[in-house]
Write a protein that binds this ligand. Structure first.
Ligand code: ATP
Length: 324
């Protein structure tokens, strides 16, 4: 393998924030310095790269951030970077700061940006971090476990009041195009109904009838978990109450799910993924995405990774009805 020319590495977080992004930055900075690289933080994602918001990060600069949610590097969306001219300017800005490589912590959109830079000759590595867990090529994205646990904690509380009043609760969780949060949380809170964007549903058969059957076998409360991309909790609540006569209340969990201290799983995944990214750059590998496949941490070609598709099989959702 050719001698590694990479000396200085920039890190940015991009797209929606996710708990564990800070843990990933800490891991990158510390393992990068340990491997002999100089590490730089780029603030506000690609926007900050274009604006030159770049400064060195030492091991002590990332102290006390492992447990903090959000991203201390901040995140922003950049339209300018979507254009070829913006991508060229980003490369020039990296040259101006002497950055030889870039690690992008974010979701699929951010990796499309990283691929564009890679095609301009910039060594890049992507680390999946998005609460939706919708990076197709990886079984896991940093932030997913924390978001599910946050949603679950809230639903457990809603269940108490729902049970006391013998109500139906419709809880809307995040996931515009992906139902991974709704599926995971729905199974773990014992929801009667789980609605996700990947699987079509029929209100009569999949919602009203299920709730009424529950009532007829003696259930005292009913929980419907709906991903935001599969329907609105407010809308559904009204329809359920009108049809079944059961008092129904909506709750939209919203941004609550984004925040909070990362769970053990997210801290471990962020730490391991950060180390793996540095291991790649140390070996002179770039244009890679760090992913989990069959439970194993790997690096794959970023272009191939972006091209992959993942979905939730309708049969998997169907099977959960055995838990009713
Ligand atoms: P999340 O899943 O949390 O939304 P994401 O990384 O998919 O994360 P996006 O908003 O899609 O979030 O992308 C973040 C940034 O990446 C955009 O603001 C833009 O600057 C850049 N980006 C997205 N798509 C592309 C693309 N096709 N080409 C170049 N850059 C892109």
């Amino acid at each position: 393998m050719a001698e590694n020319k990479i000396k200085r590495i920039g890190i940015l977080t991009s797209g929606g924030d996710a708990p564990g992004m800070n843990a990933a930055v800490r891991s990158l900075v510390r393992s990068g310095i340990h491997a002999g690289f100089e590490m730089y933080g780029i603030y506000r994602g690609y926007k900050g790269l274009l604006d030159g918001e770049i400064s060195p990060l030492g091991t002590r600069d990332v102290a006390e951030i492992l447990h903090i949610g959000g991203t201390l590097l901040m995140t922003a969306r950049s339209k300018e970077f979507m254009e070829k001219a913006g991508q060229k300017k980003a490369k020039e800005m990296m040259n101006a700061y002497g950055l030889d490589a870039l690690v992008v912590v974010g979701g699929d959109g951010s990796f499309r940006g990283a691929l564009a830079l890679s095609e301009l000759g910039v060594p890049v590595i992507g680390i999946p971090a998005t609460i939706d867990n919708d990076v197709a090529s990886s079984e896991y994205s940093i932030g997913f476990d924390t978001a599910m646990n946050t949603a679950l904690e809230a639903i457990d509380k809603i269940r108490d009041t729902s049970s006391s009043h013998e109500r139906c609760s419709v809880i809307e969780v995040m996931g515009r195009n992906a139902g991974h949060i709704a599926f995971g949380v729905g199974v773990s809170c014992g929801a009667e109904v789980i609605l996700i964007p990947e699987v079509k549903y029929d209100l009569d058969k999949d919602v009203y009838k299920v709730i009424l059957e529950g009532r007829n076998i003696g259930k005292r409360h009913y929980i419907v978990v709906v991903a935001e991309g599969a329907g609105s909790a407010i809308d559904l609540s009204k329809k359920i109450e009108d049809f079944t006569g059961i008092e129904t209340r909506p709750t939209v969990l919203g941004y609550l799910q984004r925040g909070g201290s990362p769970t053990v799983r997210d801290r471990i995944m962020a730490s391991l993924m950060g180390m793996k990214a540095i291991e790649c750059l140390s070996k002179g590998k770039s244009g890679r995405l760090i992913v989990v496949k069959n439970g194993i941490l790997k690096d794959i070609d970023i272009a191939k990774g972006i091209a992959e598709k993942k979905t939730i099989d309708a049969k998997e959702l169907e099977k959960t009805k055995a838990l009713f």
